[in-house]
Design a protein around this ligand. Sequence first.
Ligand code: UD1
Length: 313
Amino acid sequence: MKNVLVTGGAGFIGSALIRGLLEEPGVERIVALDNLLTGHERNLAEVNNRIEFHNADIRDLAALEHLFTDIDVVFHQAAIPSVPRSIDDPQLTHEVNINGTFNVLLAAQRRKVSRVVYAASSSAYGDTVVLPKIETLVPRPKSPYAVQKLVGEYYARTFLDNYGLATVCLRYFNVFGPRQDPASPYSGVIALFCTAALAQRAPTIFGDGEQTRDFTYVDNIVQLNLLAARSPTAPGNVYNGGVGARITLNELWSKLQELEGLDLPPRYQPGRAGDVRDSQADLGAARRDLNYDPRIDLTEGLRRTLAWYRASA
Ligand code: UD1
């Protein structure tokens, strides 16, 4: 793994991955690609002089083919996230998340990239009777976003089977941490809750707040990506990326209030369309095959995230 490229490199997860790659032995050249639709150049501010940044769009196949020259591993993080955003704008999210992913795979195959690690999503599971959710469950996507991310997995597997492109899919479970943008109504709930707590504002909870999530600090996901890029047995597989726990949104807000010494009841609004009720990762496969060991738990992750938002306010 000498030359690596991160799509969505100026995004929240992509920029964390780039920081991880800068510490990784043997990595010599890091290329970041982002169209800055949801990413920000400021996310790469202090590492900018150690990487190559290109303002490019994954819908542009020619640009990808050009940038993928001599690349060993592509970490494909670029996407338009958010379940409600995909419901509001299925066409744009389809174009980026499905057609863009197809282009990334095609360019990687044409440029003889040795591996693509793909950011898949836990949303693919939908509502399952079984918890924690294990990779062998039949997917039941509930939103355009979930379908789009799942199609990417199927394409990744198909590119391995038909063209020999080594691909690994990582199903992220509700990732949070520094640099997650809190500024959009489509932002991840922890970014919204942390900034509400720091401003001493009541957050909004959609539904009864008893839905559960496996909130995963971003450094755990960076570790998972690096392991997936190196493991000789990973290609062709799908792995959950979570911490293996789950917490309700009501509990999450209580925890944040405790950490910040607040007493602010949340406001409740009707539940969101496409929302999954419960989510928790089974980590058996990732631990067994990849040696994945998520070291940062929710409380520690929240402390670090609050500190980051406080410092960057
Ligand atoms: C989903 C996926 C996740 C994916 C992410 C991308 C599941 C289980 N998870 O996350 O894998 O990476 O999309 O965007 O499908 N909420 C509030 N108040 C708010 C905002 C959100 O109560 O102000 C609630 C939502 O209704 C939801 C929960 O918080 O129940 C989490 O929402 P969000 O952070 O948007 O992520 P998911 O949709 O769970």
